[in-house]
Design a protein around this ligand. Structure first.
Ligand SMILES: *Cc1c(COP(=O)(O)O)cnc(C)c1O
Length: 363
């Protein structure tokens, strides 16, 4: 049997008619940028997350970079972020000239709240919490630390659509909740797309202006902005996704519930969920000292896997200029050497999952 690490076709075919109908509706409308679909999606997604405002942008990276910019964070400022994140989280900081200050993750792969305070300096402006793999960070504690030190909180929710902490949605805690709708995310578009959720109307206004060349009124530019608009067609298709978000989330939860129950191999560490924190399972990440051997063995059986992520940003070629070395973040580096994401996608069949579980248990 051949099983891909991830596939998006099944999630499309399940709702094919609705997607095709919406795509045709937008094509035939004659209006393709910043129209009714974007406005409606922004309203619906704000309601889903539980924030007053949502601003659609072109990608998850832009959601992060424009949020940091709209907060006035720039050269000379520091933003605290976990070491074991996708490079885009860090790019959102450095694109604005600000400095990322890395900190170690906890056993749940999210930022360890207890490591934050020792990283705060007089230059610190914000804490970026990345809700990795679909699991919410421990936001009550993070918000407490942020308030005590007068810091902004930016949430990277690219992997956490629908994940909650204490019954409250990720993306609704910090000043800005930054979402990606890259096709493989839990709520995915059919191309690039992103959004910022916020309760702050002034921050929302600034991002709205920035995404459209820095203008609110056409051809009158208040700031030197960018072109980072969410397309009408993507917004329309995302509205269809959003209608089915709960059932897709439930399906992933059931799939991962089986993995948790039926994978029994003393060499393999399963993911854990802290109390009071809901996870929407963007990835099912196991850990083992024999990661590369496990990946190779599964590949022989026709099972695809992915590593999220093999090179932590502080050791990435791109950030050599920051001057970090191997050994600077031992937990982050240990995870990078041990994590493996098992196949997980909407539409995964029982037989496919049986096959994966059996193979993993036999390793
Ligand atoms: C996907 C992702 C991003 C970037 O989103 P894009 O839409 O691809 O720009 C940022 N942060 C995390 C944690 C991600 O997984």
């Amino acid at each position: 049997m051949e099983i891909m690490a991830n596939r998006m076709d099944r999630g499309f075919f399940r709702y094919q008619e609705e997607f095709e109908e919406k795509a045709l509706e937008v094509l035939r409308s004659g209006w393709y940028i910043l129209g009714k679909e974007v406005a409606e999606f922004e309203k619906e997604f704000a309601a889903y997350v539980g924030t007053k405002e949502c601003v659609g942008v072109a990608s998850g990276l832009d959601a992060l970079a424009l949020s940091v910019r709209a907060m006035g964070i720039s050269a000379g400022d520091e933003v605290i972020v976990q070491g074991n994140t996708y490079i885009a989280s860090v790019l959102g900081i450095t694109m604005n000239g600000a400095t990322p200050v890395f900190t170690e993750p906890d056993e749940y792969y999210n930022i360890d709240p207890e490591g934050i305070e020792e990283k705060i300096t007089e230059k610190t402006r914000a804490i970026m919490a990345v809700h990795l793999y679909g699991q919410a960070s421990r936001m009550e504690r993070i918000m407490e630390i942020a308030q005590k030190h007068h810091l902004q909180v930016i949430e990277d929710c690219a992997q956490s659509h629908g994940a909650c902490c204490g019954g409250k949605m990720t993306g609704s805690f910090g000043a800005a909740g930054c979402f990606s709708f890259y096709p493989s995310k839990n709520i995915g578009a059919f191309g690039d797309a992103g959004a910022v959720c916020t309760d702050d109307p002034e921050l929302a206004r600034k991002i709205r202006v920035l995404r459209n060349y820095g203008s609110q009124k056409r051809y009158y530019n208040e700031v030197a902005g960018v072109n980072s608009r969410l397309d009408e067609i993507q917004a329309g298709l995302l509205r269809v996704r959003l209608r089915h978000a709960d059932e897709c989330e439930a399906e992933r939860k059931a799939l991962c519930g089986r993995y948790l129950e039926e994978i029994k191999n003393p060499k393999i560490l399963l993911p854990k969920c802290p109390e009071g924190v809901g996870t929407v399972w963007h990835q099912f990440v196991v850990r083992t000292k024999e990661r590369d051997a496990l990946a190779a063995y599964l590949k022989e059986q026709g099972i695809g896997t992915l590593i999220h992520y093999p090179v932590p940003p502080h050791l990435s070629e791109a950030y050599r200029c920051l001057g970090y070395q191997k050994g600077d973040f031992p937990v982050t580096e240990q995870y990078a050497g041990e994590v493996l994401s098992l196949p997980l996608y909407n539409g995964m069949t029982r037989e496919e999952q049986d096959y994966v579980i059996h193979a993993v248990n036999k390793f």
